[in-house]
Ligand binder design. Structure first.
Ligand SMILES: [Fe+2]
Length: 444
């Protein structure tokens, strides 16, 4: 009897230990007496179409009035043709692009197609077909003037949380999707890139997805793949050449009064680097009368009061923060930390009404779970912080005012848990006309 009881105790202890090893967030939750959403299952999305049909279709902005359509076919002979028009089933225009493929150890990708279409009319729905067969897709072009709305979400992954976040993003209208790094969490398992492409296709084929890369895109391997980003660069071609960049890892684009800069946290950024020089010339080229709003996205946050990933963005901050500050960049969005955090306007670790407002939005739904612990006592620079899945919305209403909101992912629905009005630095004489800038510590 006693032996049986001891056996039961051992079994319970072993089960608890096993649970905590598998799900360490449970232990953290007990410590905090606060249960947060646990990690959820990986979702793999199979190909349901024929080899010649397009899959993993996504679109991105290229220049003022063009869209790049990207897709993959298993068939290596399919043309990079896009037929499109403003009526369903009737394609009045067509364009042919280029194709490529890549090898990663024993994996060979399908044929990756990239075709630029346009010029396109603003605020117009276009219907399109890829490769001359397969399903019809459609998208609506961004407007030509304010207002414009961005959906912003980092560290997306492909879990059940990802699915619900994407549904929440899709449930209300927006114009452009921005992703500050960590897309598929394939981590060198190349078929997971394909699965991710299929998971996001319903969303990324109908709204432009503008992305930058995170640490999960690196995928280096000593000697064989020393430079990394092979899958990312082949699959997620962004308009870097159009913005004078020599690398797909950093670029900029403009849409409706907004100049958006995508930076690379995992490529050189010191003052001798190509990225630094490009950023300098890109910021110099900004015409604030055309794009009063300037927004930057990068992966590893420069400001972060979560215990996760402390200091990982610090060397990049030290190298590049002054460039953004001097150029009156309005907002900086980062990912990497799997939580939401909104700061005040900051420059060099102090509140500064002429510095960018910083937001960490790395809470899309990745497989690693949430970054549960924030440092205490809270920093006065950090105005809202919460370890929950979710996504953000930036509505730019006009040249001077925008509204930021953060939607917590409450599983079946989403809930606006944080919001703030933002005034553009372009509209602040104190920031734009004072060469030395006033370091007032007031908060905008
Ligand atoms: Fe990351």
């Amino acid at each position: 009897m006693m032996e049986k009881c001891n056996n039961n105790k051992s079994f319970i202890m072993f089960s608890l230990l096993f649970c905590f090893l598998l799900f360490p967030h449970l232990l953290l939750s007990l410590e905090n007496d606060y249960v947060r959403a646990p990690v959820r299952q990986l979702v793999t999305t199979q190909n349901q179409r024929s080899d010649s049909d397009p899959q993993q279709v996504h679109i991105s902005l290229v220049g003022k009035d063009k869209i790049r359509v990207s897709w993959i076919t298993e068939d290596k002979h399919t043309q990079s043709l896009v037929e499109y028009g403003t009526n369903s089933g009737k394609y009045s225009s067509k364009a042919t692009g280029t194709h490529t493929s890549y090898q990663y150890f024993l994996y060979t990708s399908g044929r990756i197609h990239n075709t630029v279409i346009g010029p396109l009319e603003p605020s117009t729905t276009y219907f399109y077909r890829c490769g001359g067969s397969g399903p019809e897709f459609s998208f609506k072009t961004p407007p030509s003037k304010f207002p414009i709305e961005f959906a912003i979400v980092g560290d997306l992954g492909q879990t059940e949380w990802t699915q619900s976040t994407l549904k929440h993003v899709d449930s209300t209208n927006y114009d452009v999707f921005l992703l500050p790094g960590d897309l598929s969490y394939a981590d060198s398992q190349q078929p997971l890139w394909d699965s991710f492409g299929r998971l996001v296709e319903p969303y990324a084929s109908k709204k432009p997805w503008m992305v930058t890369q995170g640490n999960h895109e690196i995928e280096t391997f000593p000697i064989i793949y020393p430079h990394g980003f092979k899958a990312y660069n082949n699959r997620w071609l962004m308009p870097f050449e159009e913005s004078g960049s020599t690398s797909n890892l950093y670029y900029s684009f403009e849409v409706v009064g907004s100049h958006i800069i995508m930076l690379g946290s995992y490529t050189d950024f010191d003052d001798k680097s190509e990225q630094y020089k490009w950023l300098q010339s890109d910021l110099d080229s900004v015409d604030r009368s055309r794009t009063p709003w300037v927004i930057a996205l990068l992966h590893a946050p420069w400001y972060n009061t979560n215990e996760a990933h402390q200091g990982e963005g610090e060397s990049m901050r030290q190298a590049m923060e002054k460039l953004l500050y001097d150029a009156n960049v309005d907002l900086v969005f980062a990912g990497h930390v799997h939580a939401y955090e909104r700061f005040t306007r900051i420059y060099d670790n102090e509140a500064n009404s002429c510095g960018p407002l910083y937001v960490t939005i790395g809470d899309g739904g990745n497989r690693e779970g949430l970054a549960l612990n924030f440092k205490n006592p809270p920093s006065p620079l950090s105005l809202y912080r919460e370890p929950s899945f979710g996504h953000g919305r930036l509505q730019i209403l006009n040249e001077t005012h925008a509204h930021w909101s953060w939607y917590r992912n409450n599983d079946t629905n989403s809930f606006v848990a944080d919001g703030v009005w933002i005034q553009s630095l372009f509209s602040s004489k104190a920031c734009t006309q004072n060469p030395e800038k006033q370091t007032s510590h007031e908060e905008l």
